[in-house]
Write a protein that binds this ligand. Structure first.
Ligand SMILES: Nc1nc2c(ncn2[C@@H]2O[C@H](COP(=O)(O)OP(=O)(O)OP(=O)(O)O)[C@@H](O)[C@H]2O)c(=O)[nH]1
Length: 322
């Protein structure tokens, strides 16, 4: 059966793009799908160089690819994942779609006219905008999920797991570049009493507000995490001991001076802070232990104050415990 009649209507109605080029990469044919989107008339572009018709196409890369299809007589493919688009064409998704141009998959096929033996290259262009948009949304959701997995659900500061990973990173960085690094450990004072007196919900609000207040006193590069129930920790990169003590004192003063609104009541709280520094401590674990010991000492000294770790502290605490 002769099916020559098929090609005309098919090319007219095909829901993908077809561009036929000769060996000089001049336009022989462009189907209506592309003409409509590129706002061109076939008659006015026939015989013109592809890159004069589509001035934004990646000329060096695409002409190399098309010439290799012609010389090797083997097909080539360009995916939207590799190059989002070859030709700047509008897509048919709603305007709200973030992607301005049609993402494209493009097959490049070598063709030979049977009677003359002349070689051509045919580009078949498929709209891959849906796949592009879905993948972008997926990446966005994964990113959000990753963020959520790093944060403490109640206070929004870093969770313990992620905070500890960051401490390892910062300790390695400080060791490698000989940068100062300090650590603050702090714990709300008499928090059990506050919970018992005003209820657990009031306790939660206090944790949220204290975390917010302290977060506002820190630098962008400081890493603020929730270590346990009412215990928090802050990594201060590039911060020597004196700077860390200053931050710790500021935290102590501001928390003690800031009432927290809860059901028309003003709740007062305070924190005790332990400070340690990388140089005396030589690992992440040691930094934590030393800040924790200093915090313990701050509690023993009467709370609402800052204590810096010093090596003799271990002995004095051992004596207390025995
Ligand atoms: N509301 C609330 N309370 C919490 C949360 N996590 C821990 N807590 C409470 O925090 C209290 C901690 O009590 P303790 O360890 O005795 O410490 P403290 O009362 O603060 O006493 P000091 O630390 O010695 O000043 C407990 O009552 C816990 O139930 C939380 O997420 N929300």
């Amino acid at each position: 059966m002769d099916i020559d009649w098929l090609s005309g209507p098919l090319l007219q109605q095909l829901n993908s793009g077809v561009i036929l080029l000769n060996k000089q990469l001049q336009v022989v044919y462009i189907n209506p799908y592309i003409c409509r989107r590129a706002d061109i008339q076939l008659e006015s572009v026939q015989g013109k160089d592809l890159f004069s018709v589509f001035a934004d196409a990646p000329k060096a890369w695409l002409s190399r690819k098309l010439n290799s299809v012609l010389s090797l007589q083997s097909p080539a493919f360009s995916s939207w994942e590799q190059r989002q688009y070859l030709f700047k064409l509008p897509h048919l998704r709603p305007v709200s779609s973030a992607n301005q141009y049609m993402a494209q998959n493009c097959n490049m096929l070598p063709l030979t006219e049977p009677s003359s033996g002349e070689h051509f290259v045919c580009l078949l262009i498929e709209d891959a905008t849906d796949a592009y948009v879905y993948q972008s949304q997926l990446q966005q959701s994964n990113l959000q999920l990753q963020q959520v997995n790093r944060l403490d659900g109640l206070t929004g500061v870093l969770n313990r797991n992620y905070w500890q990973q960051q401490l390892e990173v910062e300790v390695q960085r400080a060791g490698r570049y000989q940068h100062p690094l300090s650590l603050l450990f702090f714990d709300l004072d008499k928090f059990k009493r506050l919970n018992d007196e005003y209820g657990h919900q009031a306790g939660d609000i206090v944790l949220i507000e204290v975390a917010k207040l302290i977060g506002s006193l820190l630098r962008e590069t400081d890493l603020f995490g929730r270590y346990g129930g009412e215990e928090f920790a802050i990594i201060l990169p590039d911060t020597p001991l004196e700077g860390a003590i200053e931050v710790a004192k500021r935290i102590c003063q501001r928390v003690a001076a800031t009432p927290i609104e809860y059901q028309q009541q003003q709740l007062m709280t305070s924190v005790s802070v332990g400070v340690s520094q990388f140089s005396i401590a030589t690992s992440a674990d040691e930094l934590i232990q030393q800040a924790d010991l200093a915090l313990y000492q701050a509690k023993r000294n009467g709370r609402n104050q800052v204590v810096t770790y010093y090596p003799e502290l271990i002995d004095s605490l051992k004596k207390v415990k025995t």
